[in-house]
Design a protein around this ligand. Structure first.
Ligand SMILES: [Zn+2]
Length: 198
């Protein structure tokens, strides 16, 4: 499903950067209390050539998560799968055997975790199938989301993300604390970040 979604990915990088994602969501049916499962798939999408910085970039997992949150307001993400031939989101960023979520998606995942839509034990299954074209086998990394997020110690801390979602907390925390300021600067790098009004 993630692989089929990738076939529709739109990228203008010199070497196209193509990612597909599929996510599994569990939701309690309010009528009979039974748990229902649904899947959402998407791919990365860049609308225009040369507009890669800022809000134009849409990651595969971000699109799939947006679709899931749009459709099922009480859903809990059980698993996120991504498939790609890449090993890092951008030149200079951390490279792994498989592609990990970009900084903006990691912030989104932490936000969704605060809201309960994503859990620490949500499985993140990242597949790199770059070798398959040459007859090799894909690299598969299957880990708990928390373990992947914990790898990125320099990301904005979760209390900063929480403060950014709440005007009162924001005003309390926007102090002279240098650690907070550093995290805030990192958070502002996220294309989807908006400061609470007021
Ligand atoms: Zn991303």
């Amino acid at each position: 499903m993630a692989s089929a979604a990738r076939d529709k990915a739109v990228s203008y990088r010199e070497k196209p950067f193509l990612v597909g994602s599929a996510i599994l969501v569990a939701e309690q049916d309010h009528a009979d209390g039974a748990e229902r499962y649904s899947t959402f798939a998407s791919h990365n999408y860049t609308p225009f050539e040369r507009v890669r910085v800022g809000g134009a970039k849409r990651c595969a997992e971000r699109n799939a998560l947006s679709g899931a949150m749009f459709e099922s307001k009480n859903g809990v993400v059980v698993a996120i799968t991504t498939v790609s031939r890449e090993t890092s989101t951008a030149p200079g960023s951390d490279s792994h055997d498989v592609l990990h979520p970009c900084p903006g998606c990691r912030t989104l995942l932490r936000q969704l975790m605060l809201q309960g839509h994503v859990k620490e034990n949500t499985m993140l299954c990242s597949v790199n199938d770059a070798a398959v074209e040459k007859g090799g086998t894909p690299v598969v990394e299957e880990v708990k989301l928390k373990d992947v997020l914990d790898l990125y110690k320099d990301d904005p801390k979760v209390d900063v993300i929480r403060a950014a979602q709440n005007k009162e907390e924001w005003q309390t925390m926007s102090s002279k604390d240098p650690a907070f300021q550093a995290d805030l600067e990192a958070l502002k790098m996220d294309e989807n970040f908006t400061e609470p009004e007021g």
